[in-house]
Design a protein around this ligand. Structure first.
Ligand SMILES: C[S@@+](CC[C@H](N)C(=O)[O-])C[C@H]1O[C@@H](n2cnc3c(N)ncnc32)[C@H](O)[C@@H]1O
Length: 273
């Protein structure tokens, strides 16, 4: 079985490269926007997100957890983008930031909702997960959707150093990737943004308000904590919890990885919501 897999790997790789090249040759719209090499990358099965909701079919990693996790996040986050940041006269959001952006999927949705400018940050191959190529993937989508760089700025950057002013911040799939999530949340407190949207994995094995450990169990990086620990510390940092949902992360098996917490928070001094 293992030998069969080893044999099939290069065959599938050649098939996917040829298919990418063929799609490119028969899609004149793509010629103008991306190169042949980029079209081949677009056809690879190594995407974090499926961009079908933005009109582009990308192939996610074989591991079904990517699809399940995106379905769960989309169900909540895309509704929140509609509810809190779709541009109207009463929500004049001009600049948003997506921390831990990977292929910047949620930045594209924010731009679609009318946000003037998004800054998307990820450490890519230098992060604990060592995800090479994800920022390049974001740039390919940016070209296909013809979004100019002054509207979407994609940067390789350590989120722990982020301290720019902005209207709102997305922190999806990220807090448990850093050793000191409270330092990041405290930095964001001074960046004067009006709303912070969070999704993070939390432990269902230890739900105590004091539970925090770093590195995360089973990893030599990141952290793990309970939902109550995070909420209590956000309140201590003077954030008001505007909305919260605790879902089961059914794409993870261990109880310590099985909570998926979604929060909308607002610095107490701010009163936009
Ligand atoms: C689980 S993915 C989240 C992707 C996306 N935000 C989502 O929720 O669907 C976590 C991402 O965080 C990035 N990352 C981890 N530590 C980082 C850091 N200190 N600075 C910037 N990016 C980081 C990783 O490279 C990875 O792309």
């Amino acid at each position: 079985m293992a030998a069969m897999k080893q044999f099939l790997k290069p065959v599938l790789w050649i098939y996917s490269v040829l298919l990418g090249a063929l799609k490119y040759l028969f899609t004149p719209m793509l010629w103008k926007r991306i190169t042949l090499i980029e079209a081949i990358c677009l056809n690879k099965r190594n995407w974090y997100h499926d961009f079908t909701s933005l009109g582009i079919k990308t192939k996610q990693f074989d591991d079904p957890s990517y699809k399940l996790s995106q379905e769960q996040k989309d169900g909540i986050i895309l509704n929140w983008i509609d509810k809190y940041i779709r541009i109207s006269e009463s929500t004049p959001f001009m600049k948003g930031v997506e921390l831990f952006c990977a292929d910047a999927y949620y930045s594209f949705h924010a731009i679609n909702a009318g946000v003037g400018k998004m800054l998307a940050l990820d450490l890519a191959e230098d992060s604990g997960e060592q995800r090479s190529g994800i920022l390049k993937q974001a740039e390919i989508i940016q070209k296909i959707l013809s979004i100019p760089e002054d509207k979407l700025d994609i940067r390789k950057y350590d989120v722990m150093r982020f301290n720019e002013k902005c209207d709102f911040v997305f922190v999806f799939g990220g807090l448990y990737h850093v050793e000191n999530p409270l330092k990041l949340l405290s930095n964001l407190r001074t960046s004067m943004c009006q709303l912070i949207f969070i999704q993070t994995i939390v432990s269902l094995e230890n739900e105590s308000v004091d539970y925090f450990e770093s590195p995360a169990p089973g990893w030599n990086w990141g952290s793990r904590f309970s939902a109550s620990w995070l909420i209590r510390n956000l309140e201590l940092l003077d954030y008001r919890i505007v909305e919260s949902k605790l879902e089961i992360a059914n794409y993870n098996f261990a109880l310590r990885d099985r909570g998926s917490l979604f929060l909308v928070c607002q610095p107490v001094s701010s009163d936009t919501v």
